[in-house]
Design a protein. Sequence first.
Length: 507
Amino acid sequence: MTTGTPLWEFVDISKAYPGVLANDKVNIKLLPGSIHGLLGENGCGKSTMIKTLSGVQQPDSGQIKHKGQPVLIADPQVARNFGIATVFQEFSIVPTLSVGENIFLGNMPRSRFGVINWAKVRNEAARVLAEMDVDVSPDVITGTLSVGEQQLVEIAKAIAMDARMIILDEPTAALGEDEIDRLHQLLRNMRSRGTAILYVSHRLDEVERIVDEVTILRNGSVVRASGETKIDVSEIISAMVGEDIGEHYPKEQNTTENVVLEAKGLATKSGVSDASLTLHQGEVLGLGGVLGSGRTEIARALFGTDELTAGQITLKGNPVKFRREIDAIRAGLALVPENRKYDGLFFNFRAGGNITAASLGGLSRFGIMNLKVEEQATRDLIHDLEISSQAEEKTVNFLSGGNQQKIVIARWLFSDSEILILDEPTQGIDIGAKVAVYKLINKLTRAGKSIILISSDHDELLAMSDRIAIVQHGAIVRTVKAADLTHSDLVRASDETSHIKPQEIFA
Ligand SMILES: Nc1ncnc2c1ncn2[C@@H]1O[C@H](COP(=O)(O)OP(=O)(O)OP(=O)(O)O)[C@@H](O)[C@H]1O
Ligand SMILES: [Mg+2]
């Protein structure tokens, strides 16, 4: 690690939004050749700092220094000219453009006469993708890729700039373990070439693996800056939350013998090839597998989103056929979808309207919304999930990324379904809110509801599931008790490229 003059420095930077001081006299030093973790709960001011350093907005007061000299980052182009590349928390790719075009968007290689050099766009994009070990063609239309692949394109865009400072705001929220490992390797390579890296993540396991130093924010202020001394995860958590959060995975056993849902031999055009599963009342059934293995597609098949080409679903012994999602909702199913970066929020509604949107009509037997019930239920969920208190007054587009996500979860929890399919429910939410989601899972299963949990966080999946169904290439290849599995069993069993069959691992 290099010491000496920081490449970038914040000196007493403050930034207010209407009604909230998002950054309060923040100081940070970003060194070349170092990965700096920026941590803190949802809404503590991380993205605000990043937007300031990327020239998206101006601070109200304080100074930004580049190699010791005060500078003005008047707009995003100035930031790029300084060699700053940013992967924002929200996607900035254009879904209708090709991968190559997105990678060079705003920065197209041109000939001396100003004509875009398409061969170079394609070759350079292919080079960057290969360096990242991403198997996607530069010619593919970006919107047709999975969320995870789109996220990798977003990252490729920053890598292609050959930046001296690279900022990543929650880059791994949509990635699987494999992609995360590859991204980490790439960042390590960049670090050894002297790049300064600022890294935001709510997954503390990866923070522990990759960062050299950390700065922790709470309510807009720096509460801890590690410098180069290593601090461990439990210290990080208590600095973030300001108190002890207790058991990280408070799992209760609520499984019964009653079968509530059974699926046999499901197949869809979207890639489900042979999915059979049994879900008991009060059970949490985890779906394990790598990104792209078909877990989300199985969820969509169960929920009536994608049409079944084969197979049968039964609910409490009765065969059912869902033609559309509404049929599944009426039958008591709910799905918290994965790709929340695009889906699911009405950005100009307040939290209340968003939370109750899934169950309009469900609130009153006569189809009239009962406002009192809505208000009380909304308030309870905002409290349980520790959603920012601003959520009650402000529209959703003014909330931090993590708080927006909690609202999507709240909506489905509110809908009072018997079977909940949760697809990556804790991506991008802070540690306190994760524990709140786990407690809600307990509360739901205790009340006799059943849950299908999809998670790329292996520790979470192992700790919170009763049984885990392993998904490979759209098929459920094996279902085992979570207690019988170790982290490395799960990784090996999920690996679609290995020739070891899950049977052999569990034998
Ligand atoms: N455009 C905006 N207008 C008004 N308030 C905003 C705006 N953007 C953010 N805020 C508020 O500023 C505070 C800091 O938000 P910020 O997005 O920086 O949080 P964060 O640390 O990135 O959180 P997360 O982990 O959820 O992404 C929050 O209270 C948020 O509601
Ligand atoms: Mg943020």
